[in-house]
Write a protein that binds this ligand. Structure first.
Ligand code: SF4
Length: 217
């Protein structure tokens, strides 16, 4: 009981710090006019032109996986291959992510959903701009509400700092539980980073064991 109260208190304090009371309520209200089926929602927004990224995209990349997943993985934005295929986390980094998921006895279509904060690729894979995030994040927020996961995992520093509004290093964030829209969040590395820096795979494995154990409980 005390543990639950502490968790709730921690959540409320984090949300107050992240959004302020009014902005958090605004986020919830803004997304409430979207459809309550994931596929319908995708179809409704797939021709979005709210920010300039629509001009350079090949494909809108909504996300894929189990619509009732307990584990929701969130990256920052589609890359070149994702833009070409209209699917999240494909190409080399996607293959590595698939291997990591297999190691914790799941796959991207089994109790898992994968998406990004932005649904269209930023040119040259640059980081998302603040205005692009502002325009696109209500979509992610609604996606989260519809999937209603047990745990959110952010992949990479940009996704973590964008979602959590934190200016900390990934190293500092990855051993903590945060909260976003009432959902617990764990932070780990982006698979593209692990391909460039394989010595961090050991740390990533520790993170994914925690993720596996958290979902199991
Ligand atoms: S990135 Fe998001 S807000 Fe911008 S055009 Fe694509 S779907 Fe719309």
């Amino acid at each position: 009981m005390t543990k639950n109260l502490n968790v709730k208190k921690e959540y409320l304090l984090q949300n107050q710090e992240l959004f302020g009371k009014e902005i958090f309520l605004d986020v919830i209200q803004k997304s409430s006019s979207f459809p309550n089926q994931l596929n319908t929602f995708k179809n409704n927004i797939c021709n979005c032109e709210k920010c300039d990224l629509h001009k350079s995209r090949t494909n809108f990349v909504f996300g894929e996986g189990d619509k009732n997943a307990s584990l929701l993985l969130i990256g920052e934005a589609p890359g070149a291959q994702e833009d070409l295929e209209g699917r999240p986390f494909v190409g080399r980094s996607g293959k590595l992510l698939d291997k990591i998921l297999k190691a914790i006895d799941r796959d991207r279509f089994n109790d898992t959903y994968i998406c990004n904060i932005l649904k269209c690729r930023p040119p040259e894979n640059r980081n998302p701009s603040l205005s692009e995030i502002d325009e696109c994040k209500p979509y992610l927020n609604h996606q989260i509400k519809l999937i209603n996961p047990k745990l959110i995992v952010t992949l990479g520093l940009v996704a973590a700092s964008t979602l959590l509004g934190k200016d900390s290093s990934l190293k500092d964030m990855r051993n903590n539980i945060f909260y976003y829209m009432n959902y617990p969040v764990l932070v780990t590395y982006h698979p593209a980073f692990l391909l460039r820096s394989p010595s961090f795979k050991r740390n990533a494995w520790e993170d994914f064991k925690r993720i596996r154990d958290y979902i199991k409980d």
